[in-house]
Design a protein around this ligand. Structure first.
Ligand SMILES: [Zn+2]
Length: 309
């Protein structure tokens, strides 16, 4: 079950509204609607809340917990984690969470949100738990590039760790988490196989993404990441950087460059025009009406369409 942090009082609105709205026969018989809501309240509140910073992990966690926990995503659809500043209502939306899940690096605001709204919650930082071969990042103050979720094979490895963290805060639902986690691993392995086959014909092809989100994606799928257009996400690159990027793009023979759904397309438009290549739009974060798998399929389809001769 997913709740967006933008909805007001999400837990009480959604969870307590459900039993009454269904209107089915209950052990309590034909009780007035208000009383049914009150009776359902302790049961509803017993379901743990898991706060997640960004959409890809919210989708994975949702597929593991099913209806046994409430997933609250803090970053709204359409926002970039790099330019996001949580509002007070987005902070209070995760109050009482048992577990806080964040990537690290791109979503450091989540640590502050967790400390102020859910100080007792366990904190799970993906880039601190996951074993992976790091790639040097370009974003200021970050040694290893943090955008690991765009490599689905790393998410296959992450799922058992998510299952472990969820089980630690909700041992009663361990069997469900294990079974759903196993199904998710299979689904992600299938996804990875499909996407690898889709991109196999583009092995070694020049790839020019917008910001430094795509090196794990490029490494995993065998694309040649020539340069990122915006080295500091959300800030326009200097004229000198842009000139250098255009020279690299021309020399690489890249067929397209990419902008991103959450950030201003202007620097990419300038570069595409100057380099004489097409412009297409990728989404590194996704929307709440997409699963992680749908997001990855959509991005791979866009890359393939833009880079196939
Ligand atoms: Zn990023």
């Amino acid at each position: 079950m997913r709740i967006d942090s933008r909805s007001k009082s999400p837990r009480l609105d959604r969870r307590t509204a459900r039993p009454a709205a269904r209107g089915r026969a209950t052990p309590f018989g034909r009780l007035p609607r208000v009383l049914l809501v009150l009776l359902a309240l302790p049961v509803a509140l017993a379901r743990p809340v898991v706060a997640v910073s960004i959409h890809p992990y919210a989708s994975l966690v949702e597929q593991i917990v099913g209806s046994d926990a409430t997933v609250v995503q803090v970053l709204p659809s359409g926002a970039s984690p790099h330019t996001f500043d949580p509002t007070p209502s987005q902070v209070t939306a995760i109050a009482g969470s048992a577990l806080v899940i964040m990537n690290g690096g791109v979503d450091e605001w989540m640590r502050k949100v967790a400390v102020s709204a859910a100080p007792k919650a366990s904190l799970f930082v993906v880039t601190e738990r996951l074993s992976f071969t790091p790639i040097q990042g370009t974003e200021a103050g970050v040694a290893a590039n943090p955008h690991v979720w765009l490599d689905p094979s790393l998410m296959v490895r992450l799922v058992p760790q998510l299952v472990g963290a969820l089980t630690a805060v909700d041992p009663a639902d361990a069997a469900t988490f294990r079974a759903n986690g196993a199904a998710l691993v299979t689904s992600l392995q299938t996804l990875d196989g499909e996407l690898s086959a889709e991109l196999a014909p583009l092995e070694g092809v020049a790839f020019v993404p917008f910001h430094d989100a795509w090196p794990y994606f490029a490494r995993h799928f065998g694309l040649d990441l020539v340069v990122s257009i915006e080295p500091a996400p959300g800030r326009e690159p200097s004229p000198r950087y842009v000139a250098d990027a255009i020279a690299k793009i021309r020399a690489s023979g890249a067929r397209a460059v990419f902008d991103e759904a959450q950030l201003s397309p202007r620097p990419a438009e300038v570069v595409a025009q100057a380099a004489g290549v097409r412009l297409a739009t990728l989404d590194p974060v996704g929307r709440s009406d997409q699963t992680y798998q749908q997001l990855m399929r959509a991005d791979v389809a866009i890359v393939k369409a833009a880079l196939t001769p």
